[in-house]
Design a protein around this ligand. Structure first.
Ligand SMILES: [Zn+2]
Length: 296
C-alpha cells in the first residue's frame, strides 16, 4: 500500500524553525519510502491568521526543496465536508450541543468536560458549540516515536469540541475529515499535538474512516522553556540560511549528517537525508542547553 503523508501548517505567521523540523521529518519519512507528500493549509480560524502567511509558507517550503505532490488543500474551501460530518455525528447522537462558556467551565472547576449540557440541553437555535462523546472510557495507541500512549475518560471528561460557539469548525473535525479524504496513512507532527490523537481516533471510528499511523516528533523550546511558535515570535527562517538550517534540523532529528555535507547544496542534503532516513533514531524528547538558539 502506498504511504501518504502531509504537512499541515496554520497560516498564523511565516514558517519558523520548529515547523521546518516537522515538515522535514514528515517529508523524509514519506519520501524515503517513495510515498506521496501532501500540503494542507489549515486556515479555519481567520482572526488568528496573518495576511500573506500562506504564500510565505509555500514559498519557504519550496525554497528548502520540500516539494509537495498535488494541489495545496485549503481547509477554508472545504466547509461543506465538515458540515456533512457534523450532521452525521448528530444523527448518531454522539455529537451534542453545548453552550458552556469558558468562564462557566472555570467556575465549575471542570477538567475536560462535565456533561452539563447533556443534563441541561441549550435552547434550540441558541448559538451553540457541539461536542462529541467518547464511546469508550479507555483508549490507547502506539506512537512510532513516543511509544504506547493510554488515555482514560471518566464520565464526560474526554468530550471534545468539533464546532465552536463562534461558528467555526474545530481543528479536530477538519483534520480527521481531511486526513480520510486525502488517504493519509502517516501522520507525523509535533508532540504538542499528541493528546489530540485519541479524540481524532474517536472521530475516525465514529465516521467509519481508516486510522493512520501516528508519529510525534519532540517539540523544541526556547530558552524560557516555551514551545517555538508564531505566538511567541519564534524568528521566521530565511531561505538564505537553508543549508545550515537543514543540517541543524537533521542533527536534532538524530540523523547524524556527515561533515562533508557542509559544502553540499540543499538538494544534495535532502537527497542524502532521504536515502539515510531512520525514524528509529529520532529522539522522543529534545533538550537543548538553556542558552542554545536552535538555528545556527
Ligand atoms: Zn456545555
Amino acid at each position: 500500500m502506498p504511504c501518504i503523508g502531509r504537512f499541515a501548517p496554520s497560516p498564523t505567521g511565516p514558517l519558523h524553525f520548529g515547523s521546518l523540523l516537522a515538515a522535514l521529518a514528515s517529508y523524509l519519512d514519506i519520501r524515503s519510502r517513495g510515498g506521496r507528500w501532501i500540503l494542507r493549509i489549515e486556515d479555519l480560524d481567520p482572526p488568528r491568521e496573518q495576511p500573506g502567511a500562506s504564500n510565505a509558507i509555500l514559498h519557504t517550503l519550496d525554497a528548502f526543496g520540500l516539494h509537495w505532490d498535488a494541489d495545496v488543500v485549503y481547509q477554508s474551501r472545504r466547509l461543506s465536508h465538515y458540515r456533512d460530518a457534523l450532521e452525521y455525528l448528530l444523527s448518531q447522537h454522539t455529537a451534542y450541543p453545548c453552550n458552556c462558556s469558558r468562564k462557566q467551565l472555570r467556575s465549575r472547576n471542570v477538567t475536560g468536560y462535565d456533561g452539563h449540557c447533556l443534563q441541561h440541553p441549550p435552547a434550540p437555535g441558541s448559538n451553540c458549540a457541539y461536542r462529541v462523546r467518547h464511546l469508550t472510557s479507555e483508549q490507547q495507541f502506539t506512537d512510532r516515536i513516543q511509544g504506547l500512549r493510554r488515555y482514560q475518560w471518566q464520565g464526560h471528561q474526554g468530550d471534545f469540541m468539533v464546532f465552536r460557539r463562534d461558528g467555526l469548525f474545530a481543528y479536530q473535525l477538519a483534520v480527521v475529515v481531511d486526513d480520510a479524504e486525502q488517504g493519509i496513512t502517516e501522520v507525523l507532527r509535533g508532540s504538542d499535538l499528541i493528546d489530540e490523537t485519541p479524540h481524532q481516533m474517536e472521530l475516525q471510528a465514529q465516521l467509519g474512516y481508516p486510522q493512520p499511523r501516528y508519529a510525534h516528533i519532540p517539540v523544541i523550546t526556547n530558552a524560557a522553556g516555551q514551545k517555538l511558535s508564531k505566538q511567541n515570535l519564534a524568528p521566521a527562517i530565511s531561505a538564505h540560511e537553508r543549508q545550515g538550517l537543514l543540517l541543524r534540523a537533521l542533527d536534532l532529528l538524530g540523523q547524524q549528517p556527515p561533515a562533508e555535507l557542509a559544502d553540499a547544496s540543499p538538494d544534495e542534503v535532502l537527497s542524502w537525508a532521504t536515502t539515510h532516513w531512520q525514524l528509529a533514531t529520532v529522539p522522543a524528547v529534545l533538550s537543548l542547553p538553556a542558552d542554545a538558539h536552535p538555528a545556527p
